[in-house]
Design a binder for this molecule. Structure first.
Ligand SMILES: CC/C=C\C/C=C\C/C=C\C/C=C\C/C=C\CCCC(=O)SCCNC(=O)CCNC(=O)[C@H](O)C(C)(C)COP(=O)(O)OP(=O)(O)OC[C@H]1O[C@@H](n2cnc3c(N)ncnc32)[C@H](O)[C@@H]1OP(=O)(O)O
Ligand SMILES: Cc1cc2nc3c(=O)[nH]c(=O)nc-3n(C[C@H](O)[C@H](O)[C@H](O)COP(=O)(O)OP(=O)(O)OC[C@H]3O[C@@H](n4cnc5c(N)ncnc54)[C@H](O)[C@@H]3O)c2cc1C
Length: 634
């Protein structure tokens, strides 16, 4: 007799009469039906392996045991690569990020940097000969690498890195040294115990002149014993410069000194997708839980309502739900730009490099900061149970908020974006994503609150805030301030302009994707509602920017507020169906609050029972500490 599959009755009701085809949205997010089939096959292949399951919850292991357990599984995953039904690269991409990878490696992947930065650095900056020598070794895992750039004293200011690589023309060797404590490489993932090689970013000195930061391949540990090589702590020998800038002792300048920063651009691009995956997990957990959880009294005398029926809860969860689509579509556009720019750069055409740098900084800073804020809202929307470690919100939040710092601290990246915007606006020249800055904004300044009218408002704010920042810079200049002081004193305006640019890109990506996409009418309807909700939400959150830069009136704002709450009510009935469309397996969500069946309370109880403290009625510490205290009559 087949066991009746439990489904929480409220969730069951939420799923009845779904007006759109969930699979159509799943395919849209996966990149097509074939990609969905491939993903599901890969998930089955990985998640069915009993050796990849945790015997005990990771939170109850020691630091060293956590490391060992994650390394065991990471190595097992690499052995499974060869037989993966999805092929090596799609499998690696799935295993490195917040999706399938985090379902197995909950504390992090000790081999992530090898694939996310070490190999991309070789591919992006190594010469053909160097790639021939190292790439096969790296792909075959005959070496494990990391990307060692950040030092104790410097992470942001790369021109201030202290590690030096001095070229000795006599021996044709580079001598790498960390001249001070603050020069010690600090933070690189896998550097502590896992990697035996590293791409080390160091200041290149040749003929007594500093030529700036360059990447060097350095062996860290003996390939057999894994012991650190002699002098590894403060002196590294035999590094090799990864790039072809030293010809017979003479330094040959690269076509663009920033090409050595290319690896960071790649990670900024993939981070946008990764934080979006984490946000999808958080929204799914919070939405399903909010339809299972019944609390308080909405209508006097009635049964306790689903907390999702409170407008306040819809206001918490539906904007992040909409954001998952907005960020995914924007990240897809950025990924396409990355490939176009990279192909051009390989042909020596660097024209798109500033656009790629500007946009990757903007989107990485926006998606990571917005996702971190939204994940925290999702956590809070689940009350006390959202605070539990087993809810998975603490881990999801930790992963997303880290992305606000790594790969370029967000504030610093916003200022990079502002530099690019001010230059484009002043020089009236620029590439893809800043066309709106070239020439004057055309059309009437009157406001219409249609979708197109709202997009025009975003464009006005993006242009207007750049002009406000430029006016501040010019004002400081007229007062005789040096450019660097004027820049520092305009930072608040510059960052606002950068953020408005990033929001415009996301809004236009969302709107354009709906225009271009081949969608069924029901899917187009629900995605259009999400799009309109999201762009009004952001406008209401940042209304000051729009008042400053357009003819937006109080009446317009009141109208948009009404439209916003109408959209909350319109989307509410489809919230569970929309998160079901993400097709995130319970193992990927890894949360008793978000499971498909909604059996929340039993799962919470089962999780609590796993705690070592719940294996006995009285813990031994009672007799050691508490009992003596109780008897001490203080
Ligand atoms: C197989 C796997 C595939 C996929 C993976 C799947 C999932 C992965 C998911 C997630 C990732 C998983 C794990 C990742 C975990 C951890 C990774 C984190 C690793 C790190 O943190 S590595 C260290 C990162 N560090 C930084 O980012 C440092 C930030 N600082 C800088 O970048 C620079 O200092 C700076 C840009 C802030 C300033 O540099 P500068 O002072 O040299 O330049 P200026 O400001 O003076 O500008 C001069 C000029 O140069 C232009 N410029 C600057 N940077 C770039 C660039 N990168 N590209 C192009 N152009 C650049 C700038 O615009 C100026 O131009 P202008 O014309 O003169 O104005
Ligand atoms: C989880 C994680 C993983 C990491 N992995 C790696 C890795 O694998 N390899 C690696 O090399 N590094 C790695 N890092 C380091 C990371 O790249 C740096 O922490 C990051 O670049 C920020 O630099 P910082 O720590 O020096 O911060 P700082 O730049 O010192 O930031 C401190 C404050 O100073 C402000 N600030 C700095 N410069 C400016 C400016 N010009 N204008 C205005 N404000 C400014 C910042 O906004 C911030 O508020 C990792 C970090 C984390 C958190």
């Amino acid at each position: 007799m087949s066991k009746e599959i439990y489904e929480n009755p409220d969730l069951k009701k939420e799923r009845q009469n779904c007006p759109f085809n969930k699979e159509e949205i799943t395919h849209l997010l996966d990149g097509g039906k074939e990609k969905t089939i491939e993903r599901k096959q890969l998930e089955n292949y990985i998640l069915s392996d009993e050796q990849l399951k945790d015997a005990v919850p990771m939170e109850y292991l020691s630091h060293a045991d956590k490391y060992a357990e994650e390394l065991r599984k990471a190595c097992l995953l690499m052995h499974k690569l060869a037989d993966s039904p999805a092929g090596q690269v799609p499998t690696l991409r799935a295993l490195m990020g917040a999706g399938l990878g985090s379902a197995v490696l909950k504390e992090g992947n000790p081999l992530a940097l090898h694939y996310v930065m070490f190999i991309p650095a070789l591919m992006g900056q190594g010469t053909i000969d160097q790639q021939a020598k190292w790439l096969e070794k790296a792909y075959n895992l005959n070496m494990i690498g990391t990307y060692a750039q950040t030092e104790l004293g410097h992470g942001t200011f790369l021109r201030g890195l202290e590690t030096r690589a001095t070229y000795d023309p006599k021996t044709q060797e580079f001598i790498l040294e960390s001249p001070s404590l603050t020069a010690y490489k600090w933070w690189p993932g896998s550097l502590g115990k896992t990697a035996n090689y590293a791409v080390v970013m160091a200041q290149l000195y040749t003929k007594g002149k500093c030529e700036g930061t360059h990447p060097f391949m350095v062996q860290l540990r003996d390939e057999e014993t894994h012991e650190p090589l002699p002098g590894i702590v403060n002196m590294w020998l035999n590094p090799v410069c990864i790039s072809s800038y030293i010809h017979y002792g003479t330094y040959v300048k690269p076509t663009n000194s920033k090409l050595s920063y290319a690896t960071m651009v790649f990670v900024r691009v993939v981070v946008c997708q990764d934080v979006t995956t984490n946000l999808r997990k958080a929204v799914t957990i919070a939405t399903r839980y909010s339809c299972v959880r019944r609390q308080s009294e909405l209508k006097p005398g009635d049964r306790e309502p689903q907390v999702m029926d409170y407008q306040a809860q819809q206001n918490k969860l539906l904007p992040p739900l909409a954001a998952t689509f907005a960020f995914q579509l924007a990240a897809d556009h950025l990924w396409n730009l990355y490939h176009t720019a990279n192909n051009n750069i390989e042909q020596g055409d660097l024209e798109l490099l500033p656009d790629l740098h500007g946009l990757s900084c903007a989107l990485k800073a926006l998606c990571s900061s917005e996702a971190a804020n939204f994940v925290e809202v999702c956590r809070q929307s689940c009350g006390g149970h959202g605070y539990m470690s087993c809810s998975n919100f603490p881990r999801i939040y930790g992963q997303v908020t880290a992305a606000e710092t790594y790969e370029g601290e967000n504030t610093v990246l916003w200022l990079q974006v502002a530099r690019y915007l001010v230059k484009t606006r002043k020089e009236q020249s620029g590439g893809l994503s800043v066309k709106y800055l070239i020439g004057e904004e055309k059309g009437p300044k009157t406001v219409d609150t249609t979708l197109e009218g709202i997009v025009k408002l975003y464009r006005r704010a993006a242009v207007g805030l750049v002009d406000v920042a430029i006016a501040e810079l010019d004002k400081s200049g007229r007062k005789g301030e040096a450019p660097h002081d004027a820049w520092n004193h305009a930072a608040v305006y510059l960052i606002k302009a950068a953020q408005a640019h990033a929001r415009l890109f996301v809004v236009e990506s969302f709107v354009d994707s709906l225009k271009e996409g081949k969608l069924s009418a029901p899917v187009r309807t629900v995605l259009s509602q999400l799009c309109e909700l999201f762009i009004i939400y952001w406008l209401l959150e940042r209304s000051g920017d729009f008042f400053l830069c357009s003819n937006l009136t109080k009446q317009d704002l009141l109208l948009l507020n009404s439209k916003y709450v109408e959209l909350l009510a319109a989307i509410r009935p489809q919230a569970v169906n929309l998160v079901d469309s993400f097709d995130l397996r319970d193992e990927v969500l890894n949360s008793p609050l978000g499971c498909w069946d909604g059996n929340v309370y039993q799962r919470l109880f089962d999780e609590a029972a796993k705690s070592p403290l719940n294996q006995s009625n009285v813990h031994e510490s009672f007799h050691k500490y508490l009992k003596p205290l109780l008897k001490s009559n203080l």
